[in-house]
Write a protein that binds this ligand. Structure first.
Ligand code: SD4
Length: 328
């Protein structure tokens, strides 16, 4: 190492700064431990909760040699189109005015990102987010603009409120204190991470957000770094649970940066949950769960409460795994 590079590295570490491999203009890279490939571990796909059909669908694309991004989109569409999933797409529980509003994003191996927030009447929010990424000079479209863009791209508008979700909303109105539900049961948002046969990573996250939220509320799921972050040099992470707490700690970005510094995906998820709980010492009434994967194809997951699980498809195995949790 020449003297200039040595001084630069020493100065950075003296400041406690860690910089990614591509962040330094002159090509000096601080080492991080997660760049080794391990082809035995991929392709793979993981997703929050019990998304068995979604990961099996994503796997079909990966198995045929398809891209991680295509796998993510197809897998997430399964949950969006399923009226039985009350946290995503069609049949998602509405806000407190009885209106279903969707948030979704995708991020690919080149660091591209696309997102829709507070979008109504279009089932495949993840596909619209991908179109934002691929077809516009922007990264995030909201509300009416997102819906109009979707229609211009050929998506068909339809009512997302099913009879079942309408009934749930009507029952909630009668017995609730008219505030959004932030308890630990409100789940099934799908955050999905995939690694293709070449070891390239992509991710997606799609949700109808918290049931009975305030009209206009947007959570973590469609926000880069919070509900999802992918850095193809290091790894990827995604979140589920109370979005406000994930947003305040920029959880998915935090996990990827911790992996960049050498933490395993498991340690990084545990640290990100601890970061939330350090600031919320007196609260036990909400859930957050993270899943993460690094470049070696190693997986981690952790949540605040028991009950969180993730679905894994790797080497033909499709299984649901219950990770550890913070509040014992
Ligand atoms: C949100 N994180 O809108 C989402 C909700 C969620 O399973 O994950 N539900 O805050």
């Amino acid at each position: 190492m020449n003297r200039r590079k040595f001084i630069q590295n020493t100065a950075l570490s003296g400041l406690g700064l860690t910089v990614g491999a591509s962040a330094l203009a002159n090509g000096v890279a601080l080492p991080h431990s997660n760049t080794e490939f391990n082809p035995d571990n991929y392709p793979l796909v993981i997703a929050t909760w019990e998304a068995e059909r979604a990961v099996a669908t994503a796997w079909k694309t990966l198995e045929k040699g398809g891209s991680a991004l295509d796998a993510i989109e197809k897998g997430c569409n399964v949950e969006e189109e399923d009226p039985a999933n009350s946290s995503v797409g069609l049949g998602g529980l509405p806000d407190r005015e009885g209106i279903v509003t969707l948030d979704a994003c995708v991020m690919d191996d080149k660091g591209n990102y696309g997102s829709v927030v507070f979008m109504q009447n279009i089932v495949q929010a993840i596909s619209v987010a991908r179109k934002v990424m691929d077809e516009t000079p922007h990264v995030l479209l909201a509300g009416k603009g997102a819906e109009e863009f979707a229609v211009s791209q050929g998506f068909k508008p339809q009512n997302l409120l099913t009879e079942k979700s309408k009934k749930a909303w009507e029952e909630w109105k009668i017995k609730s204190e008219y505030k959004p539900i932030i308890n630990i049961e409100n789940h099934d948002t799908i955050g999905m991470l995939a690694m293709d046969k070449d070891g390239n990573l992509s991710g997606g996250c799609t949700t109808s957000g918290l049931a009975f939220k305030m009209h206009g509320r947007v959570g973590d799921s469609p926000i880069i770094g919070s509900g999802l972050f992918v850095d193809n040099e290091v790894g990827a992470a995604t979140a589920t649970g109370l979005g406000e707490e994930v947003l305040k700690t920029v959880g998915s970005f935090l996990i990827v940066e911790l992996m960049r510094q050498g933490r395993s995906p498991q340690q990084a998820c545990e640290d990100a949950i601890a970061r939330i709980m350090d600031k919320q010492k007196d609260r036990k009434d909400f859930q957050v769960g993270y899943i993460a994967v690094n470049k070696k194809g190693e997986i981690g997951a952790y949540s605040i409460h028991e009950g969180f699980s993730y679905q894994l498809y790797q080497k033909g195995k499709n299984e649901n795994i219950k990770p550890g949790f913070y509040l014992k």
